[in-house]
Design a protein around this ligand. Structure first.
Ligand code: WA2
Length: 283
C-alpha cells in the first residue's frame, strides 16, 4: 500500500475513533448531570421534609421512569450516613440491621450456597453508609454498608470531601459480578456554603448517591447504533495508573496493529480513560 493510501486509512480510523469517544463522553456527561439532579431530589424530598416524602417504592419508581435520562447507567442507589451512636435507633426504624459487604463477595460460594448465604451483620464501626433506596435492579444492596467495600469506601470519602462527582476504577459488582464503575455524589445538610472546605464538607455530609455504570453492556449498545461497527475494534481503558491499564470495554487485543488513541474525559480529575480503536482487517 502506498504511503498516501496508508495516511488516508489512518485518518479514517482517527475520525471514527474520535466520533465514538465523543459519543461515549457525551452520554456519560448526560448521565452524570442527571445523577446530580437525583442527589438534589433526595436532599429536597427525603432530608428536607419531615416526614420524608420518599420511601423505597417511590424512589424505585422514580428511578425506573427516569432511567432514560441516564443512558449509561444500569441503576442508582442511595446510602445514608449513620454514626455508631445512631445505629440502634436507625436499625429499629428500618427494621433491618446494617450488613457488611466484603466477606460474601470474596470467598467463592459453593454452588449450592449461591444466594442462600446470609450476609454478615456489620461489626462496630465509627460510622456506616447503608443503602436505604435502590432502583429495583440493585435492591440487593439495600442495608449493605458501602463503607465496608474498598472501591465504594474510597468513592464516598472522596465524594464528600470534594463535593464533586467521583468515579471508581472498574470493579466486579456485588452479586451480578459484572464489571462496573460507580459515580458518587455526596448529599449535604442544606446550610453548606458552596465554597466550604473539605473538613466542613465531611462534617455536613448526610448521604451518598451512586450511579452504577455497566460499561460492557452500555458501550456495546452505544457502538451498535453506529454504522461500520463491524470494521473497527474498540477498547476502553482506565489508565489512571498508566503501567496497569484496566480494561473497561472490549476483548483483549492480540498482535500489534496500529491503533488510534482518543482521550476520554469522565469529569473526575483523579481518573484517566482512553479509547483505542483499530481496524479489524488488514488493508
Ligand atoms: N451498588 C451496586 N452494586 C454494587 C455496589 C454499589 N454501590 N458496590 C458493589 N456492588 C450507594 O456511592 C454510593 C453503590 C454505592 C452508592
Amino acid at each position: 500500500m502506498n504511503s498516501q493510501a496508508a495516511e488516508k486509512r489512518r485518518e479514517a480510523l482517527a475520525s471514527m475513533c474520535d466520533e465514538r469517544a465523543r459519543m461515549l463522553q457525551d452520554q456519560f456527561n448526560v448521565s452524570m448531570n442527571h445523577l446530580q439532579a437525583l442527589a438534589i431530589l433526595v436532599s429536597t424530598f427525603h432530608h428536607s421534609k419531615e416526614p420524608s416524602a420518599i420511601d423505597q417504592m417511590t424512589f424505585a419508581r422514580y428511578a425506573e421512569t427516569t432511567a432514560f435520562e441516564r443512558p449509561l447507567t444500569s441503576g442508582v442507589a442511595y446510602a445514608v450516613k449513620v454514626l455508631h451512636s445512631e445505629r440502634a435507633e436507625f436499625e429499629k426504624q428500618q427494621g433491618w440491621t446494617i450488613k457488611k459487604m466484603d466477606s460474601q463477595d470474596q470467598s467463592p460460594a459453593r454452588e449450592d450456597d449461591l444466594g442462600l448465604e446470609t450476609p454478615e451483620t456489620s461489626p462496630v464501626q465509627e460510622e456506616y453508609a447503608p443503602v436505604i433506596f435502590a432502583q429495583d435492579t440493585f435492591k440487593h444492596v439495600i442495608s449493605f454498608d458501602m463503607l465496608s467495600g474498598k472501591e465504594d469506601r474510597d468513592n464516598i470519602l472522596r465524594a464528600r470531601a470534594s463535593g464533586k462527582g467521583v468515579l471508581t476504577a472498574p470493579f466486579r459488582l456485588l452479586k451480578s459480578k459484572r464489571l462496573g464503575v460507580i459515580l458518587t455524589y455526596a448529599v449535604y445538610k442544606s446550610e453548606l456554603p458552596s465554597d466550604a472546605t473539605p473538613s466542613k464538607r465531611i462534617q455536613a455530609a448526610i448521604g451518598y448517591l451512586g450511579g452504577i455504570f455497566d460499561i460492557e453492556a452500555l458501550v456495546d449498545k452505544l457502538l451498535h447504533q453506529l454504522a461500520c461497527k463491524q470494521s473497527i475494534i474498540v477498547n476502553v481503558y482506565d489508565t489512571t495508573d498508566p503501567s496497569v491499564p484496566i480494561s473497561m470495554y472490549g476483548s483483549n487485543v492480540t498482535g500489534n496493529s496500529i491503533y488510534h488513541n482518543s482521550t476520554l474525559n469522565f469529569g473526575d480529575p483523579l481518573r484517566k480513560h482512553e479509547m483505542h480503536c483499530r481496524f479489524k482487517h488488514k488493508p
